[in-house]
Design a protein around this ligand. Structure first.
Ligand code: GYE
Length: 306
């Protein structure tokens, strides 16, 4: 209660918003850009941001959300590291009448009243776009195409969805074979390590599909150290579109990058203000993104913002 008394005070103290934001971690270039975008946008919008880094651990995010509830923030925003296991803490937020906005990643809760909106990319679509490139690249060829996959963080929405979107498209042609698929946790170090193992266990790899750029960049090191040419001996498909990946692409080491836009800050602030005012908001807000190939990489590089 008490909220009603403030509702009429347009332009007054009710404009001041405090957001508690629980970030996944600092696992990738995408994440760094996303954090900066949220922090910059909060400053610009005059929003007080309580920022917490969960270091890729769900228990840390649950703790952060509980602490935001205790501090009585106006809005809780978070990027759930994995999809499941959120109902209990989200019910606590609901009981405290604090609206929750999901940014970047989704939860699998059946109860839609546990959050007001989900702002982020369509990861299934990204996986499909990755596979569409592959299908075109090998059009008219009958030989088997041996694929290895570096998955994102186990149980995360982008790992689940990028895997299933990709699988949906390639299942139409039996020449595409995913020989090995393992998590690299969205990091360079793990991407390199798992790629080294793939190179040892698989005698012939034609294509690497990495769920993000950092794992692809780590894998490139492994491939080069094994005396092979990334982008030629092994074709590389990646997702995100960070600058380092565009550089690698302009050097011929990555073949295609499906864009995933991390610059969600301004939209999040706008959304939070509407929610605070009690305005209705869309339940699902999707980010616009494209696909980039090697011939476009050098030209696009200077204008990349992250
Ligand atoms: O692709 C990856 C990051 O959730 C979309 O998380 C995000 C993903 C992004 O670590 O680089």
């Amino acid at each position: 209660s008490g909220g009603a008394a403030n509702d009429g005070a347009a332009g007054g103290g009710s404009d001041k918003i405090t957001i508690g934001f629980s970030q996944v971690g600092a696992e990738s270039g995408w994440r760094t850009a996303n954090t900066k975008s949220v922090q910059d946008a909060a400053k610009k919008a005059g929003v007080t941001l309580k920022f917490s880094d969960a270091q890729q651990k769900q228990e840390n995010q649950i703790k952060a959300i509980r602490s935001f509830i205790q501090q009585k923030v106006d809005i809780i925003a978070f990027s759930p590291v994995v999809e499941s296991g959120w109902d209990t803490v989200l019910k606590e937020a609901k009981a405290a009448k604090i609206p929750v906005i999901l940014t970047d990643r989704a939860v699998d809760s059946q109860d839609e009243s546990l959050y007001v909106s989900f702002l982020g990319s369509d990861f299934v679509e990204e996986g499909k776009r990755a596979a569409d490139w592959l299908v075109k690249e090998y059009q008219g060829k009958a030989d088997p195409v041996n694929i290895v996959q570096l998955e994102g963080t186990t149980g995360s929405a982008p790992a689940n969805d990028r895997k299933s979107g990709f699988a949906d498209v390639i299942k139409g042609d039996p020449k595409f074979k995913v020989l090995a698929s393992q998590t690299g946790d969205f990091t360079r170090a793990k991407g390199k390590e798992v790629m080294q193992a793939f190179l040892k266990s698989q005698p012939k790899i034609d294509v690497l599909y990495a769920h993000n750029d950092d794992m692809a960049l780590g894998a490139i090191q492994a491939i080069e150290e094994a005396g092979k040419q990334p982008g030629k001996d092994i074709k590389i498909i990646s997702i995100d579109g960070v600058k380092d990946a565009f550089t690698a692409m302009s050097q011929g080491k990555i073949n295609v990058v499906v864009e995933c836009n991390p610059l969600l800050g301004d939209q999040l602030m706008e959304l939070a203000k509407k929610v605070k005012k009690g305005e209705s908001v869309e339940r699902r807000i999707k980010t616009e993104e494209g696909v980039f190939t090697q011939d476009q990489a050098a030209a696009a590089l200077p204008s990349r913002q992250y």
